[in-house]
Write a protein that binds this ligand. Structure first.
Ligand code: TYC
Length: 104
Protein backbone atom coordinates (compact mmCIF):
# COMPACT_ATOMS: atom_id res chain seq x y z
CA UNK A 1 0.00 0.00 0.00
CA UNK A 2 1.46 3.44 -0.93
CA UNK A 3 2.29 5.85 1.88
CA UNK A 4 -0.13 8.75 2.10
CA UNK A 5 1.31 12.13 1.18
CA UNK A 6 0.22 15.43 2.62
CA UNK A 7 -0.89 17.80 -0.15
CA UNK A 8 1.21 20.94 -0.24
CA UNK A 9 -0.35 24.28 -0.90
CA UNK A 10 1.87 27.07 -2.13
CA UNK A 11 0.56 30.53 -1.38
CA UNK A 12 1.87 33.02 -3.90
CA UNK A 13 2.08 36.70 -3.04
CA UNK A 14 -0.45 38.82 -4.87
CA UNK A 15 1.43 40.84 -7.44
CA UNK A 16 0.05 44.28 -8.09
CA UNK A 17 0.93 45.39 -11.64
CA UNK A 18 2.61 48.81 -11.45
CA UNK A 19 0.81 50.74 -14.14
CA UNK A 20 0.85 54.49 -13.97
CA UNK A 21 -1.08 56.91 -16.08
CA UNK A 22 1.37 58.55 -18.48
CA UNK A 23 2.07 62.21 -17.80
CA UNK A 24 0.33 64.50 -20.28
CA UNK A 25 1.79 67.48 -22.13
CA UNK A 26 0.06 70.60 -23.41
CA UNK A 27 0.74 71.90 -26.90
CA UNK A 28 0.74 75.69 -26.77
CA UNK A 29 0.32 78.06 -29.70
CA UNK A 30 2.35 81.26 -29.27
CA UNK A 31 1.29 84.51 -30.94
CA UNK A 32 3.56 86.51 -33.24
CA UNK A 33 3.07 89.62 -35.37
CA UNK A 34 3.87 88.10 -38.76
CA UNK A 35 2.21 84.76 -39.43
CA UNK A 36 -1.08 85.30 -41.32
CA UNK A 37 -4.18 84.34 -39.35
CA UNK A 38 -5.48 82.12 -42.16
CA UNK A 39 -2.22 80.20 -42.20
CA UNK A 40 -2.32 79.57 -38.43
CA UNK A 41 -5.92 78.37 -38.76
CA UNK A 42 -4.99 75.97 -41.56
CA UNK A 43 -2.04 74.53 -39.64
CA UNK A 44 -4.28 73.93 -36.62
CA UNK A 45 -6.84 72.16 -38.81
CA UNK A 46 -4.23 70.01 -40.50
CA UNK A 47 -2.09 69.00 -37.56
CA UNK A 48 -4.65 68.94 -34.75
CA UNK A 49 -7.74 67.71 -36.66
CA UNK A 50 -9.83 70.75 -35.78
CA UNK A 51 -12.78 72.12 -37.68
CA UNK A 52 -12.25 75.55 -39.22
CA UNK A 53 -14.39 77.07 -36.47
CA UNK A 54 -12.43 75.40 -33.64
CA UNK A 55 -9.11 76.34 -35.25
CA UNK A 56 -10.20 79.95 -35.74
CA UNK A 57 -11.20 80.23 -32.07
CA UNK A 58 -7.84 78.88 -30.88
CA UNK A 59 -5.95 81.19 -33.27
CA UNK A 60 -7.92 84.26 -32.12
CA UNK A 61 -7.36 83.36 -28.45
CA UNK A 62 -3.58 83.15 -29.01
CA UNK A 63 -3.71 86.38 -31.02
CA UNK A 64 -5.51 88.24 -28.21
CA UNK A 65 -3.92 86.71 -25.11
CA UNK A 66 -0.42 85.88 -26.42
CA UNK A 67 -0.77 82.08 -26.26
CA UNK A 68 -3.39 79.34 -26.19
CA UNK A 69 -3.43 75.66 -25.21
CA UNK A 70 -4.25 73.74 -28.38
CA UNK A 71 -4.60 70.19 -26.99
CA UNK A 72 -3.11 67.67 -24.55
CA UNK A 73 -1.23 64.48 -25.50
CA UNK A 74 1.39 62.05 -24.22
CA UNK A 75 4.89 63.55 -24.41
CA UNK A 76 5.96 61.97 -27.71
CA UNK A 77 2.78 62.90 -29.53
CA UNK A 78 2.76 66.47 -28.14
CA UNK A 79 6.39 67.08 -29.16
CA UNK A 80 5.94 65.57 -32.63
CA UNK A 81 2.83 67.63 -33.34
CA UNK A 82 4.37 70.85 -31.99
CA UNK A 83 7.49 70.30 -34.13
CA UNK A 84 5.52 69.49 -37.28
CA UNK A 85 3.27 72.54 -36.87
CA UNK A 86 6.25 74.83 -36.16
CA UNK A 87 8.07 73.40 -39.19
CA UNK A 88 5.04 74.11 -41.40
CA UNK A 89 5.42 77.81 -40.56
CA UNK A 90 9.20 77.78 -40.96
CA UNK A 91 8.84 76.23 -44.42
CA UNK A 92 6.93 79.37 -45.44
CA UNK A 93 9.34 81.74 -43.66
CA UNK A 94 6.96 82.47 -40.74
CA UNK A 95 8.01 82.59 -37.07
CA UNK A 96 4.99 80.49 -36.02
CA UNK A 97 5.78 78.66 -32.78
CA UNK A 98 4.19 75.73 -30.96
CA UNK A 99 5.71 74.70 -27.63
CA UNK A 100 4.97 71.92 -25.14
CA UNK A 101 4.80 71.85 -21.36
CA UNK A 102 3.84 69.20 -18.82
CA UNK A 103 0.42 69.37 -17.19
CA UNK A 104 0.48 69.89 -13.41
N1 TYC B 1 -0.97 87.80 -34.74
C1 TYC B 1 -0.97 87.26 -36.09
C2 TYC B 1 -1.47 88.34 -37.04
O1 TYC B 1 -2.11 89.28 -36.64
C3 TYC B 1 -1.85 86.00 -36.22
C4 TYC B 1 -1.40 84.93 -35.31
C5 TYC B 1 -2.31 84.39 -34.39
C6 TYC B 1 -0.10 84.47 -35.34
C7 TYC B 1 -1.91 83.39 -33.53
C8 TYC B 1 0.31 83.47 -34.47
O2 TYC B 1 -0.20 82.00 -32.69
C9 TYC B 1 -0.60 82.95 -33.56
N2 TYC B 1 -1.22 88.14 -38.33
Amino acid sequence: MPATTTPRITVLPKIQPKVERPKLYKVILVNDDFTPREFVTRVLQGEFRMTEDQAHKVMITAHKLGACVVAVFTRDVAETKADRATDAGRAKGYPLLFTTEPEE
